[in-house]
Design a binder for this molecule. Structure first.
Ligand code: BGC
Length: 521
């Protein structure tokens, strides 16, 4: 997931001396493989589950339903086992995040990434060689563990190793790589669907490439100075800092990391600290942004686009082809966000996207309502193209708004003292709701039919109203000045952020969240 976690930035207006060294470049490649791996897992399952060879082997009842005329169009793929194939990964990822937050802190970022790489490789082996449903699900669970460990450690690794001035860009770069991973998966499914009967094995096995790259990367890179210092290796931390910054002049940054890690050690209960009243605005916003991001309905498209297009009467080939188109739109539109997020701001992107997503979904619902009934789909060529275009307008607006900003905003609004715990909560809530959508979508499609799109459009309306009134703009606000410049100025949230620093510290001490007059990570 995009950059977050506890990282150290220069005091307002001060830039530490730092060159873009080979190690920094290697970390960008690491980010690419971590993001690609996640995206590939997101994108691969939909195409594979629409392949007949795969269905015959693992889900014969779905295969029969798919080819029987008496089954409702909307219910062809409604099968809990099939949904579990997709969703088990997110459930495993959610649970693994708790362990990953322990290992990132105590064993370091590098070892945690190595653990992720090993999970990924074993998971890919299980999936690629699966003989039965159990092997398939075990493989997905192992991949999910990889996602849990990688998504906690890689962004943290990145934000700590990157010079301050490129940290924000790296944040969205991770999301960009997720979208590229999804697109690759769609392209590969398009190719392998023509290889019978084992094309699906190739689709699942090719995830091995980013998995091996991530593992090799983790073997060769060094741990971050922050992690070394946090674990008491001060001399080594300083040596690594000099190496990655390409300069001997690292004392100011070194001292700041030592101070941040001292403060971090003082916080006895980071999660309890997060629940204090004054941290309520950031917590509520981080949690709601994750729920809203998933209730846009994006993963109904990302996971199940080929299945969905198939449901609408597209032939297999056309379904996979259309999924490739939406995947490409996703990548290109994410670039729009990279370019404009610091210029036009977060709110404008989210509000514009709200309007675009709302109308795309309402129109899709109306077209399907009239044209696709339980037993006949009258989608002529023209209407089918219009549906694909509307899916693309929906995906594009998501990709320049809720996709990257759902991650960026939480990572930039938490103060240092709650950033790490805040990031874990963000990742967990996101994976939880991703799991819910993955497990429920095909059944919801069967029950609600075209109304499912109206359902998601209702959510888009709610989240846009939330943005309008309750989400403050964070563009161009230095990360450590958020409390003063954003929360204390906001008409609603300011009531939670008390002015009296002494009272806060007293409260925190009483609550036992800090051990003395300092509050930290
Ligand atoms: C979301 C994923 C989604 C992806 C699509 C991410 O921001 O968290 O759930 O699949 O965007 O590009």
């Amino acid at each position: 997931m995009p950059a977050g976690g506890f990282s150290v930035s220069a005091p307002a207006g001060v830039e530490f001396e730092a060159k873009i060294t080979p190690i920094v470049i290697i970390s960008c490649i690491m980010a690419a493989t971590g993001g690609l791996m996640f995206g590939y897992d997101v994108g691969i399952s939909g195409g594979v589950t629409s392949m007949d060879d795969f269905l015959i082997k693992f889900f014969p009842t779905v295969y029969r339903k798919k080819h029987e005329d008496k089954e409702s169009n909307y219910c062809k793929y409604d099968n809990q086992g099939l949904q579990l194939f997709t969703s088990s990964l997110y459930l495993a990822g959610l649970i693994a995040t708790f362990f990953a937050s322990y290992t990132t802190r105590n064993l370091g970022r590098r070892l945690t990434m190595l653990i992720a790489g090993v999970f990924f490789i074993v998971g890919v082996i299980f999936n690629g060689t699966a003989q039965n449903l159990a092997m398939l699900i075990v493989g997905r669970i192992l991949l999910g563990c990889g996602v849990g460990f990688a998504n906690q450690a890689v962004p943290l690794f990145l934000s700590e190793i990157a010079p301050t001035r490129i940290r924000g860009g790296l944040n969205i770069l991770f999301q960009l790589n997720v979208t590229i991973g999804i697109l690759f998966a769609n392209l590969i499914n398009y190719g392998t669907s023509k290889i019978h009967p084992w094309g699906w094995r190739l689709s699942l096995s090719l995830a091995g490439i980013p998995a091996v790259l991530l593992t090799l990367g983790a073997l060769f890179v060094t741990d971050t100075p922050n992690s070394l210092i946090e674990r008491g290796h001060l001399d080594e931390g300083k040596r690594v800092l000099k190496k990655i910054r390409g300069t001997e002049n690292v004392d100011p940054e070194f001292n700041e990391i030592v101070e941040a890690s001292r403060i971090a050690h003082e916080v006895k209960h980071p999660f309890r600290n997060l629940l204090l009243r004054r941290n309520r605005p950031q917590l509520v916003i981080a949690v709601l942004l994750q729920i809203f991001q998933q209730f846009t309905g994006i993963n109904a498209i990302m996971f199940y686009a080929p299945v969905l297009f198939n449901t609408l009467g597209f032939k297999s080939d056309a379904s996979l082809y259309s999924a490739v188109i939406t995947g490409a739109v996703n990548v290109l539109s994410t670039l729009v966000s990279v370019y404009s997020v610091d210029k036009v701001g977060r709110r404008l992107l989210l509000l514009e996207a709200g309007v675009q997503m709302f109308f795309s979904q309402v129109i899709i619902a109306v077209i399907l309502g009239f044209k696709v009934t339980d037993h006949s789909d009258n989608l002529s060529h023209g209407w089918a193209i219009l549906v694909v275009v509307l899916v693309c307008t929906f995906v594009s607006s998501f990709a320049w708004s809720w996709g990257p900003l759902g991650w960026l905003i939480p990572s930039e609004t938490f103060p240092l003292e709650t950033r790490s715990a805040g990031q874990s909560v963000t990742v967990c809530v996101n994976l939880l709701f991703t799991f819910v959508i993955a497990q429920a979508f095909l059944s919801m499609l069967c029950q609600m039919k075209y109304g499912i799109f109206a359902f998601f459009s209702g959510w888009v309306l709610i989240m846009s109203v939330f943005v309008l009134f309750l989400l403050p703009e964070t563009k161009n606000v230095p990360i450590e000045e958020m409390t003063e410049r954003v929360w204390k100025q906001h008409w609603f949230w300011k009531r939670f952020v008390d002015d009296d620093e002494h009272k806060l510290i007293g409260d925190a001490e009483k609550n036992g969240t800090i051990s003395n007059g300092k509050h930290g990570v």
